[in-house]
Design a protein around this ligand. Structure first.
Ligand code: SF4
Ligand code: SF4
Ligand code: FES
Length: 515
């Protein structure tokens, strides 16, 4: 361990700790910085994190310095503050200061550092600045404004060290130096939008989010990405019932600080034109008030088959299964929503909860087996989520069966052949639990209001089952916990209503959803 004094405060940190991290611990906040990033190599190029170390003649950058025992460090001395101010001014010499039209305004490192450390009047006239390319499309997701770049090289290091794709580089020298791609190369990898997140200024912006919303108007809600079996932790940025973007949320057990570009677009399905907004009985728009009457004729022969989906929450799978009574159960169409994965985060299984199906013993069926199960079902077929009718045999069997209830979110092939269609809630419109590919239970919460007259699936399923005991999601979770305690070895103390922020890893979960 090394003992050192930072701004008069004595602290002890493990040998090998960077002075940057030690200063963060002592100050309770990070030193000003652009180039340092905890998950990238040290570049030491922005010089903003300079501190004064007693016994050293010059200021030193903290990110590239390792602590030594007995070090005495000053981070707020006049010399340090003056230096930070001068370095900021240098970074701003050629900056266009076009904050009013910059998407990064409100969450910009340059704005923040200037307000905290800068506060000088620039001596450089706008007309004297070096002009560079603006709004250059450098890939399918990202736009580059070269004038705003502070050459911190975070984006370059991300492509070199995280994705290994090396699309970006720094070209030219002096005040002509700029970020760019080599001729014929695009910033086109599964994780390109992470460069936008880590760019401390508005040099890299998202083509999807560009000019959509001023960031200070957005509200944030924590969630879990439904895009694949990895279950990256995300933040949903929304306003007035509309989701504008997804950002990765730090979870070292799952996704670290990253997420894939595909996952970022998952919010679009919530606002898709083909969302189911009203109940439909025999093809006609209906009312929830008539549900009981409509149900009585359809469900009198009992439920012959329930079909879940790996897109549903654990609670919904559990409730649906309990509705089967003596009927057959199915987890959905086997092999549906499988695609290509990669070695970083994106999983080939593009569903968030296939492991949940396995935990609850809801086995999937291939098209022929599911079509046969539909034919053999003597009572109603109840489908929650997914789209099993993409298989033509299943579609034909459902059509012929007649008594089919589909509780889903989007108008699709299955809704088209269902006799009764009930609009459920999309992932961002409800709370639930997904079990990721490694058997980690992760809770997500509602961030936006439901569309149309859609309802939470667990409420509809409880109503369909007439189960008066399960009147809240809390009670449903308690019932799920009891079931899992018996079948999956969940500890009796586990409270599914209070899962840890980083999720709960189930031991020994092996069935389904592997890489
Ligand atoms: S584009 Fe952004 S992340 Fe890349 S070097 Fe410039 S400022 Fe840094
Ligand atoms: S890797 Fe999977 S879970 Fe993570 S962001 Fe991408 S789609 Fe979502
Ligand atoms: S953060 Fe230390 S030199 Fe940039």
């Amino acid at each position: 361990m090394a003992k050192l004094t930072i701004d008069g405060k004595e602290i002890e940190v493990p040998d090998g700790t960077s002075l940057f991290d030690a200063c963060r611990e002592a100050r309770g906040e990070a030193l000003p910085h652009f180039c340092y990033h905890p998950d990238l190599s040290i570049a030491g190029v922005c010089r903003l994190c300079q501190v004064e170390v007693e016994g050293m003649p010059k200021l030193t950058i903290a990110c590239n310095t390792t602590v030594r025992d007995e070090m005495v460090v000053h981070t707020r001395s006049e010399r340090v503050t003056k230096s930070a101010q001068q370095i900021l001014e240098m970074h701003l010499i050629n900056h266009p200061v076009d904050c009013p039209i910059c998407d990064q305004a409100g969450e910009c490192g340059l704005q923040d550092q200037y307000m905290q450390y800068g506060l000088y009047d620039s001596e450089v006239e706008i007309d004297d600045k070096v002009n560079k390319a603006k709004a250059e499309v450098i890939g399918p997701q990202v736009i580059l404004d070269k004038e705003r770049c502070v050459l911190c090289s975070r984006c370059v290091r991300f492509c070199d060290e995280v994705t290994g794709t090396s699309e970006l580089g720094i070209f030219n020298r002096g005040n002509r130096a700029e970020i760019g791609t080599a001729p014929g190369v695009e910033l086109d990898n599964n994780y390109s939008l992470n460069t936008v997140d880590i760019c401390p200024v508005g040099a890299l912006t998202s083509r999807d989010f560009r000019f959509q919303k001023r960031v200070w108007m957005l509200k944030a809600a924590n969630s879990v990405c439904p895009g694949c079996a990895t279950g990256c932790n995300v933040r949903i940025d929304h306003e007035a019932g509309r989701i504008y973007r997804l950002k990765p949320r730090y979870n070292p057990e799952v996704n670290g600080r990253w997420m894939c570009d595909k996952g970022r677009m998952e919010y679009k399905a919530v606002h898709a034109d083909n969302r189911l907004n009203e109940p439909r009985f025999k093809g006609e728009t209906g009312r929830w008030a008539d549900l009981k009457t409509e149900l009585s004729s359809r469900i009198e022969g009992g439920v012959g088959l329930v079909v879940s989906s790996a897109h549903q929450s654990l609670e919904e799978m559990f409730l649906l299964k309990s509705l089967a009574a003596g009927g057959a159960v199915c987890g959905g169409l086997a092999g549906s929503d499988m695609s290509e994965g990669d070695d970083l985060l994106l999983n080939a299984d593009r569903t968030p909860n296939r492991k949940g199906l396995a935990l609850l013993g809801l086995g999937e069926m291939d098209g022929a087996a599911l079509a046969a199960a539909v034919k053999n079902a003597s009572g109603t077929v109840l489908i929650n989520g997914g789209n099993p009718a993409t298989d033509s045999d299943v579609a034909k069997a459902l059509q012929a069966h007649g008594k089919v209830i589909y509780l889903g979110t989007h108008d699709n092939e299955t809704a088209a052949v269902a006799d009764m269609v009930l609009p459920g809630a999309a992932w961002a419109e409800k709370a639930g639990i997904f079990v990721n590919k490694d058997g980690r239970l992760q809770a997500f919460s509602q961030s936006v209001a439901r569309q149309g007259s859609g309802r939470e699936d667990w409420r509809i399923l409880s109503e369909l089952g007439g189960d008066e005991a399960l009147t809240s999601l809390k009670l449903v979770r308690e019932a799920v916990a009891s079931a899992l305690e018996l079948s999956a070895g969940l500890s009796a103390e586990t409270n599914l209503n209070k899962l840890p922020a980083r999720g709960l890893a189930l031991e020994g979960v092996t069935a389904g959803g592997d890489d």
